[in-house]
Ligand binder design. Structure first.
Ligand SMILES: Cc1ncc(COP(=O)(O)O)c(C=O)c1O
Length: 377
């Protein structure tokens, strides 16, 4: 019998610097308790009914107001669709817009668990190179000469694992190419709000009018992954196809109960405060990780991220899969680079994260990792 409740569990004393989930003490239990009380003392039980397919209108209005303010452009609540998070959104989009054997494009490197969802749907992933300004447009143009993708999956801001952000100019070029070659852009904007030293360009919600863009987001990194709540923003032509699907016809809109509670939190300003708190904590951890890497792992090559969770590190000449095995023995974890490659490359890279451990544990973990690299044992 097992009573495991959380997805990742590591043995006592082990420091898994690769994990990309938030620390337990950053999950805002008090804010959610207040929001739940606020909702549950009301007498209208509508949020316990099958929900409107596109998602609760009051929740979408609260979210639209929040997004309009933080993005600096008006977000219309009719362009928003409530989801159970980005993973579920990707799965639904694959179900509705692709067939097994279809070609899709993804960045190299990309979020490995999205690649797994595409594999579940029998999709063939063609990877497109990235550099410090994100997707390399010349490589995309070349690939479009050879293939007709159904969609391209990009993580434009503070990418997982690369940490880089797609420049404004490349965003515009990407949207122009999607129109010209008639494919969808799935923009996974999960880290958009976690910016520490640089304000990122506007999210892809700014480009939905032309009908080729779905902007995906989630509360997993700005409130709590256990909520399983997120949203998409897209054009009515795409929205119509999504809301007409059999799953919503049968089960109604996703997560009416959770969205009613989170609505209170958004309306009260709690979401904005929580993001502020997270940004304050994570910014200090990025500073610390940056300094500590230089101290304990001087051969590490990386660009310090301006936001998000991840340091994408190259260790020239090193087989990181081997290193990972040795690191396990020294009680420290990492994510090896080839996990994020759809062509089994990037063997000299690793991803480390600042999301789960405080600065003290980050230092302990890096000291252990430094020993593994330097002692070669
Ligand atoms: C790029 C990216 N997309 C999606 C997710 C998962 O999002 P959700 O919890 O909304 O399914 C993550 C979580 O690590 C992520 O890094």
């Amino acid at each position: 019998m097992t009573f495991q409740t959380t997805q990742i569990q590591v043995p006592e004393g082990f420091i898994d610097l690769g994990r990309g989930d938030p620390a337990m003490d950053l999950l805002p239990l008090d804010l959610l308790r207040t929001a739940a009380q606020d909702r549950l003392i009301q007498t209208d039980p509508a949020f316990l009914q099958y929900g409107f397919e596109q998602g609760d209108g009051y929740f979408r209005r609260a979210l639209a107001d929040f997004l309009s303010q933080s993005h600096g452009f008006p977000v219309d609540l009719d362009t928003l669709f409530v989801t159970s998070g980005i993973s579920a959104s990707l799965d639904l989009i694959c179900t509705l817009f692709t067939q097994p054997g279809d070609i899709v494009f993804a960045e190299e490197p990309s979020y490995f668990l999205a690649l797994k969802i595409f594999a579940d749907h029998g999709l063939r992933v063609i990877s497109i190179r990235t550099d410090e300004a994100g997707l390399v447009i010349e490589d995309l143009e070349q690939a479009l000469r050879d293939y007709r993708p159904k969609f391209i999956y990009v993580i434009p801001t503070f990418q997982n694992p690369g940490g880089h952000t797609l420049s404004q100019q490349r965003r515009e070029q990407l949207v122009a190419l999607a129109r010209e070659h008639d494919f969808l852009i799935l923009a996974d904007e999960v880290y958009q709000f976690l910016s520490y030293t640089q304000t990122p360009p506007k999210p892809f919600g700014a480009y939905i009018d032309l009908g080729h863009v779905i902007s995906l987001n989630t509360f997993s990194k700005i409130l709590a992954p256990g909520l399983r709540l997120g949203w998409m923003q897209t054009h009515s032509s795409i929205m119509e196809k999504i809301v007409a699907c059999g799953m919503l016809d049968s089960g109604g809109g996703m997560n009416p109960f959770t969205s009613a509670i989170v609505r209170s939190l958004v309306e009260s300003g709690g979401l904005g405060k929580n993001i502020e708190n997270l940004v304050g904590v994570y910014r200090k951890r990025v500073d610390a990780m940056d300094e500590l890497l230089r101290l304990h792992l001087p051969e590490a090559q990386f660009v310090r991220p301006h936001g998000g969770y991840f340091f994408w590190i190259r260790l020239p000449g090193m087989d990181v899969q081997e290193l990972r095995k040795r690191a396990q023995v020294h009680q420290v974890g990492l994510r090896q680079g080839n996990l994020f490659s759809s062509r089994n490359a990037l063997h000299d890279h690793m991803r480390l994260s600042i999301s789960f451990y405080d600065i003290g544990d980050i230092e302990k973990g890096l000291i252990r990792l430094g020993r593994c690299v330097h002692d070669g044992k």
